[in-house]
Write a protein that binds this ligand. Structure first.
Ligand SMILES: [Fe+2]
Length: 327
């Protein structure tokens, strides 16, 4: 699909898009999300809840850009941004069916593809020849939280064409709900408080995904209740890791999240200073555990507002799931 087709699908058919979305997620949920989207567009709100969130600090990104350019290290940050790392993350679960031992899941997150056009070809290069059984994208397809909703589509389309199926996605706090039909027409089904089943070697994995819990608060765990059979191995896609308590309550085994970018601009040793996470600091990047649920917060492949990274490389992640205590 060409960029124009995707944009037309969005902009020329909005009444139908809204009708279909209302049927899918409910009128009230759609109304709430559209109201929050309108507030965001009006620039009357900050997205962040914690005080050290860059979204809450006036002229944060402009100041950082100015200072880094002044000090001559901005270009280094941009080179870091484009130097994506392929991360293989092997972890074990007691509850994993034997037949799923060794299952490989590709996770992409926080692509923000319209920020830096040079990032997409680099992601495509990494994807070529990668071995995985299932792919997920954990939200944030566009750069800004307002403005054009179609600029990212031409890049997302290239990523979707390169990813082996099955692939599932969720929306992040940068993603307006109107993106859904365009993304799904590219072969990326979005999980909006929905659960699907993935089967391999005769065993099932239950994969649930929620709408953005961070700003739009479209997550609805009541809709997920009962969609995973008691005791079955299950994974939750949640744009931000702040849903860990609900995930434990519903018995999920693994949360795949993003949102934080791992800090994006860190101090040596990957020390996060300023971040947008509404979660304990140990959940800001990579592996963590909260009670019975394991989690992984991707640093993301892209970043937002400024195409720079320091001491916090972007990543493409392959999770290798192992059966705990033997193979
Ligand atoms: Fe993001």
């Amino acid at each position: 699909m060409a960029e124009n087709d995707a944009a037309h699908l969005l902009l020329d058919h909005l009444p139908e898009v809204y009708r279909e979305l209302a049927e899918r997620i409910g009128h009230e949920a759609l109304k709430r999300r559209l109201e929050k989207q309108a507030l965001q567009e009006s620039e009357q709100v900050w997205q962040g809840k914690n005080l050290l969130n860059p979204d809450r600090i006036p002229y944060f990104f402009e100041t950082v850009e100015f200072l880094l350019k002044l000090s001559g290290i901005y270009d280094r940050g941009r080179r870091n941004f484009l130097d994506l790392k392929l991360v293989t993350n092997e972890l074990s679960f007691k509850n994993l069916p034997e037949a799923l031992d060794g299952l490989r899941i590709l996770q992409l997150s926080d692509l923000h593809l319209d920020l830096e056009p040079e990032l997409t070809p680099i992601i495509l290069e990494h994807l070529e020849g990668l071995d995985y059984d299932l792919a997920v994208i954990t939200g944030d397809y566009r750069d800004d939280t307002k403005g054009s909703i179609t600029n990212c589509l031409t890049y997302v389309e290239q990523i979707c064409a390169a990813i082996k199926k099955p692939v599932y996605g969720i929306l992040g706090n940068h993603d307006p709900i109107e993106l859904i039909p365009a993304l799904e027409s590219m072969g990326l089904p979005l999980l909006m408080n929905e659960t699907v089943t993935f089967e391999k070697n005769g065993a099932n994995l239950y994969l649930s995904g929620i709408d953005d819990p961070h700003y739009y608060e479209g997550h609805d765990f009541d809709k997920l209740r009962g969609t995973v059979p008691e005791g079955a191995f299950s994974i939750l896609l949640s744009h931000a890791p702040e849903t860990h308590k609900q995930a434990v309550e519903l018995g999920y085994d693994f949360i795949l999240a993003g949102h934080t970018h791992g800090g994006q601009i860190c101090l040596p040793g990957r020390i996060v200073v300023i971040h947008n996470g509404d979660c304990p600091s140990y959940m800001l990047a990579e592996n963590w555990q909260y009670k019975t649920v394991k989690g992984y917060t991707s640093r993301g492949s892209g970043g937002c507002r400024l195409p720079i990274r320091f001491f916090c490389p972007g990543e493409i992640t392959i999770h290798v799931l192992r059966k705990e205590n033997g193979h």
